[in-house]
Design a protein around this ligand. Structure first.
Ligand SMILES: *[C@@H]1O[C@H](CO)[C@@H](O)[C@H](O)[C@H]1NC(C)=O
Ligand SMILES: *[C@@H]1O[C@H](CO)[C@@H](O)[C@H](O)[C@H]1NC(C)=O
Length: 247
């Protein structure tokens, strides 16, 4: 090694060890992403200690038919089987978190959107819980991918809270599915801090976009992809090693 390089290297090493850990410059390190109009939504269990058995980490979002144009949002363990969604809205709407997340189905294809019950609405069977559905229509405005500058990409709602996955009986089938719910945060008046309200037996998840190809619409479709925006998405959500990207 030339002397100069060796000196610089030794100096750099000495310098690094002299700086206390807290003041070292943090270089942002985020998982690499791609751009695509289509994506599947993959569940990331955010608190692995509360994961379900079997684990639902990496399961994908689909809708199950429960009536005309009505679908409960559930997770499937079959990798690659998730519905293909797109982020709909004008560029400005999407930028300000005022878009919605749509998918197409039927013949001719019509749009369905991710619907999240508001804080005052409740599931018919589990009145303490706020249901998530994939019903015909525009979806809940504001249920969208995180707008910039957030470096991670996942589905957010207008009010603070988290999506959760719960084993629940679906009356239409009288069968248990891993259903998706939204758990709104409340405020602790004593500490003035937000409090998570994860329903009994559920685990908190984020729904992370995994890039996929948005199918072309046939002539005569009711759906339109004219306002389907490009979304930042990950190539393989389950392969992301989160600790590597910690703060
Ligand atoms: C995904 O889950 C891990 C815990 O398993 C967590 O550390 C990470 O922050 C989560 N990422 C997102 C974007 O939710
Ligand atoms: C998609 O977004 C555009 C622009 O806001 C809107 O006109 C259209 O109605 C949306 N599509 C649906 C199905 O809501």
């Amino acid at each position: 090694m030339p002397l100069f390089t060796a000196l610089v290297a030794a100096g750099a090493a000495a310098l690094t060890s002299a700086i206390p850990l807290e003041s070292r410059q943090v270089i942002p390190n985020y998982p690499p992403n791609l751009l695509s109009t289509g994506f599947r939504l993959v569940a990331n269990v955010t608190d692995p200690a509360t994961d379900l058995t079997p684990s639902v980490d990496g399961w994908e979002l689909i809708g199950i038919h429960v009536g005309a144009g009505l679908n409960d949002a559930v997770l499937t363990e079959v990798a690659g089987d998730g519905r293909i969604f797109y982020h709909n809205g004008t560029a400005e709407e999407v930028r300000y978190g005022r878009g919605s997340i749509l998918t197409d189905s039927g013949n001719p294809p019509f749009p369905s959107g991710i619907d999240v019950q508001g804080e005052t609405e409740h599931d018919a069977t589990y009145p303490g819980e706020h249901a998530v559905a994939i019903n015909g229509g525009s979806g809940t405005i504001g249920v969208s991918l995180l707008p910039p500058p957030d470096p991670y990409f996942y589905v957010t709602a207008l009010a603070p809270g988290t999506f959760v996955a719960c084993p629940r009986n679906v009356p239409y089938y009288n069968e248990e599915f891993i259903v998706v719910r939204f758990a709104y945060d409340t405020w602790d008046p004593d500490t003035a801090l937000p409090v998570r309200n994860i329903p009994e037996g559920c685990t908190a998840i984020t729904l992370i976009p995994e890039c996929d190809t948005l199918p072309q619409l046939p002539e005569g479709s009711i759906s339109s992809h004219a306002e389907a925006r490009n979304s930042k998405c990950y190539e393989d959500v389950s392969a992301i090693n989160w600790p590597e990207y910690g703060p």
